[in-house]
Design a binder for this molecule. Sequence first.
Ligand SMILES: *[C@@H]1O[C@H](CO)[C@@H](O)[C@H](O)[C@H]1NC(C)=O
Ligand SMILES: *[C@@H]1O[C@H](CO)[C@@H](O)[C@H](O)[C@H]1NC(C)=O
Ligand SMILES: *[C@@H]1O[C@H](CO)[C@@H](O)[C@H](O)[C@H]1NC(C)=O
Ligand SMILES: *[C@@H]1O[C@H](CO)[C@@H](O)[C@H](O)[C@H]1NC(C)=O
Ligand SMILES: *[C@@H]1O[C@H](CO)[C@@H](O)[C@H](O)[C@H]1NC(C)=O
Ligand SMILES: *[C@@H]1O[C@H](CO)[C@@H](O)[C@H](O)[C@H]1NC(C)=O
Ligand SMILES: *[C@@H]1O[C@H](CO)[C@@H](O)[C@H](O)[C@H]1NC(C)=O
Ligand SMILES: *[C@@H]1O[C@H](CO)[C@@H](O)[C@H](O)[C@H]1NC(C)=O
Length: 904
Amino acid sequence: MAWRQTFSRLCVLLAAILAVSVAQKSPQFVYSQSNKIMLSWDDVWEVGVSNKLAFLNKDKRLIIRINVGGDTGNSSGTKVLVYRCTESSPPEEVALSSVQSQSNYCPGTMPFTISKVSGKEGIDFYFTLLDSMQTYDNVFSQKIQLYIRVEFPVGTITSNSLFVYNLDAISKSPSSSSNDAIIDSFYKRFLTVPAINFMIQMNTTADPFSYVPFIDQQIVDRIRSAPDFIKAKINIGAILQFDAGDCQNFQSHLVSMFVNYYSKMNENNINLLKHIGLSLDDGRLYYSKYGLTTAISNFFRDRGSPKEIGICTLVSFAGHSQPYFKVDEVKQRISTTIVNYKQMGSRTTECSIVGSGTARSVSIFAGMDYTPLVCPIICDDPNQVFRFYHGNQQIVSNGQSEWTYVQGLKISRTGNVIEFPAELFENDSGEYRCEAGGKSFKFDVKIVSMPQFLTRLHDSDSKIVSGDLPQVVFAIENETLSYNCTVYYTNMDQVDVIPAFHTIGTADQKWKKLDLDQFNQMFSSSVSTVRQSTLKTNETKTLNLTISRVPVSDYSTYLNFTHRFVCDASVSPADAQKVGLPSYNIQSSSNVIFLKRPTILSFNRTSAKPCSEQKCSNKVGGTFEVSLSPDMTRRLAASGVKVFAYFKIDNELLENIHTIHGQDISVSKFYPETNRLLFKILPNAKKEVISILQKYKYLTPVFNFGYKDSSGTKLTNLNLHKERYGQPIVSFGDRDCRADSTCFYSTDFDSADLLADLSIRLGFDWISDEQPAAGLASASAGLIAGITLAALIVLIAIILLVLLLRRDSGQTYLVDEKERQQGNHPELEVKEEHFKEYQPAEEAPMRAERMSLNSYSGVSIKSQDDRELDVYKDDMGDMGDFTEDGSFIGEYSAKKKKQDNSAN
Ligand SMILES: *[C@@H]1O[C@H](CO)[C@@H](O)[C@H](O)[C@H]1NC(C)=O
Ligand SMILES: *[C@@H]1O[C@H](CO)[C@@H](O)[C@H](O)[C@H]1NC(C)=O
Ligand SMILES: *[C@@H]1O[C@H](CO)[C@@H](O)[C@H](O)[C@H]1NC(C)=O
Ligand SMILES: *[C@@H]1O[C@H](CO)[C@@H](O)[C@H](O)[C@H]1NC(C)=O
Ligand SMILES: *[C@@H]1O[C@H](CO)[C@@H](O)[C@H](O)[C@H]1NC(C)=O
Ligand SMILES: *[C@@H]1O[C@H](CO)[C@@H](O)[C@H](O)[C@H]1NC(C)=O
Ligand SMILES: *[C@@H]1O[C@H](CO)[C@@H](O)[C@H](O)[C@H]1NC(C)=O
Ligand SMILES: *[C@@H]1O[C@H](CO)[C@@H](O)[C@H](O)[C@H]1NC(C)=O
């Protein structure tokens, strides 16, 4: 009856849940984490990542990849590209579903096109730059901002931004004129007239070390005011070709490069940097007369003294993958009749420092591909040895390979260049020094890393440390839990980590963003509060969130604790500007999924009847089956909860009681698909099995709820406060939820109150083979059998008595007489015996049944009510001591004997 009621209530509950079946996870961008700040052409911008930079030139493109996860319903969303042509221009929009590849956006500044990548289902788009309309004077400040907005019926999500620079306008600086008609017919780009003259006729002064103004002053000024990382990474200068080939297809080993640096330089050109130094501080090309003229004249001769030469300009960013690269022609075919490359000066061991010689402060940015340090010492002798030091530690090339990796850094075989990788650590900071020919130059290197949630700490070389939030947090009603996120950074003035709550908490069923106070107001209650605290060091910041008592969701008010929690880290505008971004944001987020705490209604206990009801015995065995309700099972599965269940027998693990397990003895199984837990003692159990079972009172199913991924990555930074449920039972091992780090809830936590009824009262009876009928008899049948048996015995006794009296009546009399004299009253006793024999029949049938089944112990008497049980036990006195083979009558007489003994 009770179950039917329970079942109908479950059905009502199920209907209610189906009616309010909303998505559990808010829509969100899916992307892979990377600490990369700068994208190269053809790179993929995975929408949703932290703000990124790209430096592109004409015709180069990026792939925009929009991947959305979470529950977006049937809708794939309306994807909109929002862009701003300059920082001051208003945002404009393009619907990506109807994008026309022939349309130009930002036509006045940095025109670009957007097109679908064919074959991709609206996930990937090309962003391609066209010819820039910019002028050189704002190339380092003007950029396009792009971000993606995706609109769903349940809400709108907006990505972080990508900022795209185009440096092509550097080559459009106004040409200065000369008195030379030939030179005036060349493109100057950003080169000075003396620079072009110098490249054609390497006439030098009398001094062994000298310079020519090389880069146009206007460009030098722009670079000087550009963000730090641009100064650290930009490569600029001229290329001299000795075969008049195409500037676009130059090969590093076939040309001489007059640049400050270029990542794809061959070793000859790296060696050339020992004789020349192009300073971006003043735009001058410093050189050693003997060293430079020897190198160039040898190269000219080695190239077969060609009839024509070519001059090109180069602008690039240092890096493995050439984040930006542009080569333009100055003049492709210059007759060698006007050139002059010959050795000048004489070989000395002299070296000189480019520029002022004072230490240079350099900021090296993590996530920026490779960033070089080029030794600004120039020497005469091509065999001059260059050395690099970090502090007192020399960075030594192995002399074999062109580049040697030393603790993540690279040093060239030539010894005058080192490169910093994208992944940098605070201890890469400090003083770097290069030495050659008795000269020494210092760099004060400051490593700058933007905040990120994943990092690798230097002292644990390969281990990635995660400051990410757990991907999913199961918040079960009334539980306390806390989690945190940590950002790692270096040399940031100000980092903020702000919590944001995305929740569906209103009738319109749209995801909304709330701050901590607003979120707490939603669940205004003195017990359920979400508190934040932050912990800061000079290199980390942690946001710690504690939910004390997960509040109960309420269908009627749409109040729902299921939410998406986001740690939004940002830096001050000054810090962002260091990497050329107006702002920098990075997020870590977690789906916090509310789960109802199980109540007794969450279980199907149809086949979990106490032994008193199912009459457990060695003959029929016993079946104990408990399952989570189909609704609970469905909800847990939909949320990704792992359910694991086992039986406890009193305070031991059932599976540890070995005697009662075995193929012919019992079935013990958990079915994860249905969350059904079964223990079954098979019929015809052996004596030892029953006697073991008789030692225990209760069989209790324990259902543990856990996180699926045991690898631990999901569980980082999540603290489930399970200590309030006491210490784990050691013998249970990981089965005990308190000891299992992936387990967040166990029905065992509630077994004292809310789920006390889950325990099943045991009470196995032993039915000996001599009395097969009794074992299977129902209560009344047993009773009748008992009475019949008693009556039969009385009848036999009477017959025997009559026979005896007939044989010797005097003796009988004497006995009777004797007994009377001793104070005994046989007639009375016979009456009394009759009364006692029939008394059980007048009592509850259960007691009669018990008495007819001869092998129970006082411990296993079953009753719904313990108080009733105790009264009953008192009634029965020490009947627990009855021997197993004693019959009803035997028991009774045994009891009587004992009572008589104690009376005497
Ligand atoms: C809470 O919201 C989630 C996701 O929207 C939904 O799956 C769940 O059924 C809701 N629960 C309640 C109690 O409203
Ligand atoms: C979702 O799509 C299915 C099948 O494509 C359709 O039967 C259902 O009506 C749609 N539901 C909504 C809310 O659009
Ligand atoms: C370079 O020197 C040559 C002769 O050595 C001379 O003809 C030429 O005018 C000089 N050019 C410059 C730019 O000084
Ligand atoms: C950060 O603090 C640690 C220890 O307090 C110190 O060793 C380190 O130099 C500091 N780093 C910076 C960049 O201030
Ligand atoms: C985070 O909160 C938990 C629970 O209140 C606390 O034990 C822990 O120390 C806190 N951590 C920080 C970094 O504040
Ligand atoms: C949760 O806690 C509240 C307040 O103590 C209590 O009223 C409620 O019954 C609890 N719910 C469950 C499922 O334990
Ligand atoms: C409850 O479990 C029994 C088996 O023990 C099964 O027959 C019955 O269908 C289950 N009831 C529900 C509502 O799942
Ligand atoms: C974040 O939470 C985890 C789990 O509670 C804890 O081990 C870790 O120390 C916390 N981190 C900080 C910085 O408090």
